[in-house]
Design a protein around this ligand. Structure first.
Ligand SMILES: Cc1ncc(COP(=O)(O)O)c(C=O)c1O
Length: 499
């Protein structure tokens, strides 16, 4: 094992790594330090290439003592995909995404909790607790079950239902609370202080970040030991961003990469953007964000104990903290699903939106190599119901395939606006619509009008007007409700086409 000690991330004070820890005496995160000269002697690009493709291949750069078995559910190297069509529509050469949704429990939280639970078991801890917006709770519960531990999680009421149920399925005690994640965290801290359980909140114990840093180690190897020009990361507690920044320094010290670094972009939702506010104000620490709200629940973190580490990494790298609107987050998810066949989580939609904003502002170039993080599987989140209702007794096949209108089928959407056009949900009309950016005269479906006797065009124009948008604008209108709400018994656009 190459761990030399733990270090307070603010004061540099040293701590013995041989026993469990939470925060430093200064109330800040503890970081694991390694003998990196020893690591350099032990691993090389070649030795790494010959190992099994999972997170434990980085053993020399991880804190688990020699001989200690990791608590594992099989943590594979996650793939990096090119979102070609999304990139093309924005005029960019490529857009890489590292898909962390392939990990156990469907999110990157598996990395951090696999590490933290492994270390906890090594130290003989049998009860662990954390506050969560969903994914961390599920991962703690799963790895806790694997390790034979008791686990307890407290989550805000807006936590996606699937996460709450999944967490309980692993046997955890789950509490749904009427507050934000940091408020849930206070209760976890209290219980830990009373000796009821070990507090493994984000960055409040030193090992989750060590698991998360593997994202940085992995991507370096996957990209041929050349880091991308820019990384876009959905930032809540910031563990992954801080972890990757740490990983790059360790890789350099171990002789595996050079001094080049990517610019790090911390993406937050406009409804909860404490890091963006602090970044723009030039502050070292971030004030709590009051009234936090966003569909991207994983980044709904009003206050982060590692705030100064996030801001430091972003600034040192020459990157930025960027806030994105809810509409842009939803459009990010839906555009990538439709154009590239990949269902991002809302936090992944946020980074797509952040990248688009950065392109617009000239912060990233269209020829640069950009890597986004999709931190969870999109199937873990509620999605709007786009299906239409059908009465089989009266249905005819020729009513079903509205290719020209819907753009279904290969190549069709490309005839429309290259920027794409989002769906909007209109509460009062009780329909979900795809708002077409064309006027009827210039419409690509003008020639096929007779197959859709008037109704679709008329209705869609009317709908655009009702939503207050401009029929020539692709991303415009004032919208009351954007992101999935459970709807039942509503009529569907099929009603429109069949008149
Ligand atoms: C899907 C998803 N993305 C991003 C984040 C934010 O991660 P971090 O705490 O590393 O900032 C979370 C955290 O819950 C998440 O679940």
């Amino acid at each position: 094992m190459n761990v030399t000690h733990l270090e307070c991330s603010l004061t540099g004070e040293r701590y013995n790594a041989g026993r469990p820890h939470n925060l430093s005496a200064a109330g800040k995160p503890l970081l694991v330090r390694y003998d990196l000269d020893a690591v350099a002697r032990q691993i090389s690009r070649e030795t790494l290439a010959g190992r099994a493709a999972d997170m434990w291949k980085w053993r020399e750069l991880l804190p688990l003592p020699e001989g200690a078995e990791p608590v594992s559910l099989g943590e594979p190297v996650t793939p990096i995909l090119d979102l070609r069509e999304t990139a093309r529509r924005a005029g960019a050469r490529s857009l890489l995404v590292k898909d962390e949704g392939r990990l156990p429990t469907g999110s990157f939280k598996a990395r951090g909790l696999a590490m933290a639970v492994s270390m906890a078991r090594h130290f003989g801890i049998t009860r662990m607790a954390l506050p969560t917006n969903g994914n961390a709770g599920a991962a703690l519960a799963a790895y806790g079950a694997r390790a034979g531990m008791e686990t307890l999680v407290i989550c805000p009421a807006e936590t996606p239902e699937i996460n709450v149920r999944e967490t309980a399925a692993y046997g955890a005690t789950v509490w749904v609370a009427d507050g934000q994640i940091d408020e849930c965290g206070r209760l976890v801290r209290e219980g830990a202080a009373e000796g009821r359980w070990f507090d493994c909140s984000t960055l409040k114990e030193p090992y989750r970040i060590e698991g998360k840093k593997v994202m940085g180690l992995e991507l370096a190897e996957q990209l041929g030991w050349r880091l991308p020009d820019a990384i876009f990361y959905p930032t809540g507690g910031g563990t992954g961003l801080i972890g990757m920044w740490k990983a790059f320094d360790e890789l350099e010290a171990a002789g595996l990469i050079g001094p080049e670094r990517p610019r790090m972009y911390a993406i937050q939702a406009a409804g909860c953007a404490p890091m963006v506010r602090a970044f723009e104000a030039g502050e070292e620490f971030a004030e709590r964000w009051e009234g936090a709200a966003t569909v991207a629940t994983g980044i709904r973190v009003p206050a982060a104990v590692g705030d100064f580490l996030i801001l430091r990494a972003v600034r040192e790298s020459g990157g930025a903290a960027i806030a994105v609107e809810e509409e842009a987050i939803v459009a990010g998810v839906e555009d990538v699903a439709r154009d590239d066949g990949m269902l991002l989580c809302p936090e992944g939609g946020a980074v797509v939106a952040g990248w688009r904003k950065a392109l617009d502002r000239g912060l990233v170039g269209k020829d640069e190599q950009v890597l986004l993080f999709n931190c969870a599987n999109g199937n873990k989140y509620p999605l709007p119901d786009r299906s239409r209702r059908l009465t089989l007794a009266s249905a005819r096949a020729d009513q079903l395939w509205r290719r020209e209108f819907s753009g279904a089928g290969k190549g069709k959407p490309r005839r429309f606006d290259p920027a794409g056009f989002p769906y909007f949900w209109s509460e009062d009309l009780k329909y979900s619509f795809k708002i077409a950016p064309w006027a009827p005269e210039s419409s690509p479906i003008a020639g096929t009008k007779s197959r859709f006797p008037g109704m679709i065009l008329w209705k869609s124009r009317w709908i655009v007007a009702r939503l207050g948008g401009d029929s020539n604008k692709s991303r415009a209108p004032r919208v009351s409700r954007l992101w999935p709400r459970a709807r039942s018994g509503c009529e569907s656009p099929a009603t429109i086409s069949t008149g």
